[in-house]
Design a protein around this ligand. Structure first.
Ligand code: FAD
Length: 350
């Protein structure tokens, strides 16, 4: 069976950028993506999410993202850009292929999928987080008589009209949901920590500081925090009406879920028809389990994008590179890491 120089897993921003830079270096590889069509996680974002709602989708290397009308749906516009990009750069994408596990067999990486096995000298993991929604457990969750949804299931605001919605989570998604829902229906916002609002302009310098903080965590092998979670929150013009209606008066987390609502430790009760969990995601890396990359501190320790526990493996879109701009840059770093490993292997063989 052919042994590839590299295999990229995942066809979102991080995977496409990596594949582009591998190709530019002449490194033979394939990109395996579990989605049936181009677009990474973007193709699954809710219909109501327009290009004016997303903050900024970074360009892929050497091909700027076209200008989008504010009303353009993000789940169509970004996938169309990715599809054109894959075609124009003739990236070796194979889909749909679900990678189930990656293991080491006699010094070669063995990639088991639902479509067969691939062998490779190196690996770039670019599987994002979208396929691993996270919902924290609260006692009584299973007794709730209403509806519980996660960000991945968000059906758009109309679905909630006339229902009392508890929105859980202190990130940008919760802020957006409240902005859309409050003008239509009654909402209650609960977060674990006091939300951090940012009133100043989000400058490149602040962006670099934020990324540096997340980078430091993964350098120490700690589980990464979401880049977005440490940038602070802002309200956009489309959220001002919700603000005026009181949507952003936040309550601390409840401690129990009951059939008709949620209860706090002091006994306070609030009725709810829906709990919308905007509680984020975890990295989709279960398939890497057999490689034992996790540090005792719970995360994958990285030097740049290189896994310290196994330098054949590059992690992109993980930790500090979990944004479109970060993922894009990480693709270049990862291709360099792959080239360095292959060169050291070649020297070792002499
Ligand atoms: P993804 O786009 O998730 O791609 C991963 C790919 O890997 C997918 O195609 C998936 O199917 C595939 N995959 C996963 N597991 C496997 C497997 N086992 N085998 C094979 N394939 C697999 N960031 C910004 O910079 N600007 C924004 O405006 C912005 N807005 C956002 C809005 C929302 C609502 C959300 C949720 C996020 C937003 N982000 C934004 C974050 C940004 O979208 C992500 O950081 C970025 O798109 C992630 O790209 P990625 O390539 O790492 O992952």
């Amino acid at each position: 069976m052919e042994i590839h120089d590299s295999v990229v897993i995942g066809g979102g921003q991080a995977g496409l950028s990596s594949s582009y830079h591998l190709a530019k270096r002449g490194i033979s590889h394939v990109l395996l993506d579990s989605n049936a069509s181009p677009g990474g996680a973007w193709q699954h974002r809710w219909d109501a999410l327009t290009m004016s709602d997303v903050h900024r989708v970074s360009d892929l290397p050497d091909d700027p993202i076209p200008d989008a009308a504010d009303t353009e749906r993000a789940n169509a516009f970004v996938p169309a850009y990715f599809a054109d990009y894959e075609r124009a750069h003739e990236l070796p994408v194979i889909r749909p292929v679900q990678v189930r596990s990656v293991s080491d067999v006699d010094g070669v990486l063995r990639i088991e999928t639902d479509q067969g096995t691939w062998l490779s000298r190196t690996l770039i993991n670019a599987t994002g987080t979208w396929t691993r929604p996270f919902i924290p457990y609260y006692p009584g969750a299973e007794t709730f008589a209403g509806e519980q949804l996660h960000t991945v299931d968000y059906p758009g605001p109309e679905h909630f009209r006339g229902k009392r919605v508890v929105v859980v989570g202190g990130g940008a998604s919760a802020v957006q949901f409240l902005g859309a829902l409050r003008p239509l229906t009654d909402t209650l916002w609960v977060t674990r920590r006091e939300p951090v609002w940012r009133n100043d302009e989000f400058t490149a310098e602040i962006g670099r500081e934020v990324v540096a903080r997340v980078e430091e965590r993964v350098r120490q092998g700690l589980p990464p925090r979401s880049v977005v979670s440490v940038t602070g929150l802002t309200l956009r013009p489309q959220e001002r009406e919700a603000e005026r209606l009181g949507a952003y008066e936040r309550r601390p987390m409840f401690s129990r879920i009951e059939p008709d609502g949620v209860r706090w430790p002091d006994g306070t009760f609030e009725p709810a028809d829906v709990i919308l969990w905007a509680t984020g995601f975890r990295p989709a890396i279960e398939h890497l389990g057999p490689l034992h990359l996790r540090s005792p501190r719970g995360g994958i320790q990285l030097d740049g994008t290189t896994a310290v526990a196994d330098p054949r493996v590059q992690m992109v879109g993980y930790g500090p590179s979990a944004s479109t701009i970060g993922a894009n840059r990480a693709g270049r770093t990862a291709a360099r890491g792959v080239a360095t490993w292959l060169a050291s292997e070649a020297v070792g063989e002499l």
